[in-house]
Design a protein around this ligand. Sequence first.
Ligand code: SAM
Ligand code: SF4
Length: 329
Amino acid sequence: MRKLTDKFGRQISYLRLAVTDRCNFRCQYCMPAQGAAIVDRKELLTFKEMYRVTRVLSELGVDKVRLTGGEPFVRRDFINFLESLAFNDKLKSINLTTNGALVGKYIDTLEALGITNVNLSIDSLNKEKFNTITHRNAFDDVYNTLQNLQQSNINLKLNVVVIPDVNTNEIIDFIALTKNQDLAVRFIEEMPFNGKGLRETEQVWNSATILNHIQSHYKDIEQLAHKTSATSNNYRVKGYRGSFGIIPAFTRTICHDCNRIRITATGLFKNCLFDDGVFNVRDFIRNGASDNDLKKLFIETVSQKPKNGFVAEAARDNKVSESMSSIGG
Ligand code: SAM
Ligand code: SF4
């Protein structure tokens, strides 16, 4: 049943749910080195509330959920929450985005729970540089997770935020990983969601620049067919096993077939990454909303989904500045 349709005919079937605003890293493009302000624990949605919201949305046609944060694995009992979510047979896929540092010992459990896709964030293959970007000494843990996920049945995508002057010289190294491995590497345009409101540099590394850079190195690149509602434009170096993609997160050229909504760790419902939140699901639930009340609100809200990320940003009361860790990437 697909009831969540906006006025441009886009059907919403994908929820990105931030399970926490806390994180064990301090990635330089995501938050200040001293960390972003975190909310009081009681302001976070409880797992029971998240389960309910997800169930209600699944009854309206949402069949894919991505659990993100902050870092999902820093929230206590996250694995138990995953287990309960896996019982919802309306969900065709439950995916995770993680920095990987705490994932090592859970890979078998993730497989057993039927988690099919994990996006692992890793912005450098160089230990010192990685540790400088994240302000943490965790490269070895993350790299072990990468290797162990590759040995598992879970589909692995690597998320690489392209940071001018920092890791642009590693773009080709990341693509080299796809030569013999069935791996998807996705380069993400940096956005100003970093707790400061400004991108760190005037240098433009947008999807076109990134692709040009790759094409100047590899002459034989094929574009892969665009899957409906895909978040990236995807390519393969001819003859390579894996693929690479570019996510135009900042230039926003993929809004036309967006199927996504977000709920932040405090329950803020977002129709678009770039809006500043439409209503708070947590308050609505805590004020006694029934499932039907929730459904009505979701249907009405989704119908107002802005045409694209530029329209959403223009309608904000405040400038984009919050950290991705509070929104859920
Ligand atoms: N902590 C987990 C992680 O890092 O994978 C999940 C949350 S994180 C906010 C989700 C994704 O957003 C990561 O791939 C991260 O690199 C990306 N991200 C964070 N801040 C960003 C920014 N300012 N611009 C572009 N991507 C960003
Ligand atoms: Fe944490 Fe992910 Fe933000 Fe890095 S990108 S600080 S790992 S939430």
